[in-house]
Write a protein that binds this ligand. Structure first.
Ligand SMILES: CC(C)(COP(=O)(O)OP(=O)(O)OC[C@H]1O[C@@H](n2cnc3c(N)ncnc32)[C@H](O)[C@@H]1OP(=O)(O)O)[C@@H](O)C(=O)NCCC(=O)NCCS
Length: 314
């Protein structure tokens, strides 16, 4: 028989073994489990139920609710997230997954929506990989989840990356006609840049840039680059990268379709290859932006279904 109980400190190795066997495309190290799960201030052991059969951990679901506010986004008291889950393949199709999810639904009474898996800041993947875990999508639909959005992950080989001559010409034109400049961030940018990001792209993007800048200021071994686009002195866009991970990047809504995003993207990729970063990837874009990325050599890596269930009446 299966027993469902909250996570305990000495479950780590057994839980990660299940994680690796079930979430084959999303393996993580013990260090990442500690930093991103156990040391997340929103982590509660009772929101990480594990399934025990014959004294062994054979399944788990990692659910999150905010215990601390995300800047002005607050506690988001109506929302809850699941960022990872799995049942060991030898124990699947015995009702264990359903029993784990039922335990989570019971714990989340009072919340309105449960989303898989876009919890900021500590998500692992935006949603369920539609190719790698097709059976999981059927399982979740059985439990009342629906796909609310699709996220596309892409990657590009940067070996021999060049900025095309027509883009260099575009940059010059924009510089002459609009006073557009694209430069690496300096401390002089921060008083404009940080409020710009929070205002136009929200607190999670603000936090993301802040984390990279804090790491860079204190001397990171990983290449980090933040580029700032200004038009006649005013910040209109920015772009960031850390190691092989590109983004997020954004251009103010009224300044889009002028080529500023393309310039930021290409300049950032050139910066990466200059610093011996020969691959770039990101986890989350939509089909429109995917076309822009394709022009820079990005190829489709994975597609995720972001899934959601209403908890009203549970
Ligand atoms: C999804 C998962 C947790 C389900 O665990 P499980 O214990 O096998 O699920 P259950 O036995 O409780 O299944 C309940 C119902 O869901 C449906 N279901 C479960 N797995 C299914 C599959 N592979 N294909 C179709 N339907 C499925 C069935 O209707 C099942 O009922 P039934 O067996 O009586 O027909 C498990 O398949 C898994 O670990 N998948 C990989 C991990 C993963 O994708 N993680 C998400 C990454 S974001």
């Amino acid at each position: 028989m299966v027993d469902i109980r909250p996570y305990r400190g000495d479950d780590e190795a057994a839980l990660l073994a299940v994680w690796h066997a079930a979430m084959t495309h999303d393996r993580i190290s013990a260090e990442r489990f500690r930093t991103q799960v156990l040391l997340d201030p929103n982590f509660l052991p009772e929101h990480l139920p594990v399934a025990i059969v014959d004294g062994q951990v054979v399944g788990f679901v990692l659910a999150i609710t905010r215990q601390t506010p995300l800047f002005l986004q607050g506690l988001e008291p109506e929302r809850a997230w699941i960022t990872a889950f799995g049942v060991h393949p030898e124990y699947q199709r015995r009702g264990i997954g359903r029993a784990l999810f039922d335990a989570v639904f019971g714990r989340l009474r009072g919340r309105k929506t449960l989303e898989i898996a876009p919890y900021v800041p500590n998500y692992f993947v935006p949603g369920v990989d539609v190719a790698a875990y097709a059976g999981t999508i059927r399982f979740l639909e059985r439990l009342g989840f629906q796909t609310s959005e699709r996220a596309i992950s892409m990657g590009a080989d940067l070996t021999g990356f060049q900025i095309p001559p027509e883009l260099r010409a575009l940059e010059q034109r924009r510089e002459q006609t609009d006073g557009l400049t694209i430069r690496r961030v300096t401390s002089a940018d921060l008083p404009d840049l940080m409020p710009f990001i929070a205002r136009n792209f929200g607190w999670d993007w603000y936090r993301h840039t802040r984390d990279y800048l804090l790491e860079d200021i204190t001397g990171s071994a990983t290449p980090i680059c933040v580029l700032v686009a200004r038009r006649r002195g005013e910040v209109v866009g920015y772009c960031q990268q850390r190691g092989e991970r590109f983004g997020p990047f954004g251009v103010r809504a009224d300044m889009r379709n002028l080529g500023i995003g393309r310039l930021l993207l290409f300049r950032c990729l050139a910066e990466m290859s200059t610093r011996q970063v020969y691959y770039a990837y990101f986890l989350w874009t939509d089909e429109n932006a995917a076309r822009l990325y394709a022009q820079a050599g990005f190829k489709w890596r994975r597609e995720f279904a972001i899934m959601e269930k209403s908890l009203n009446g549970e």
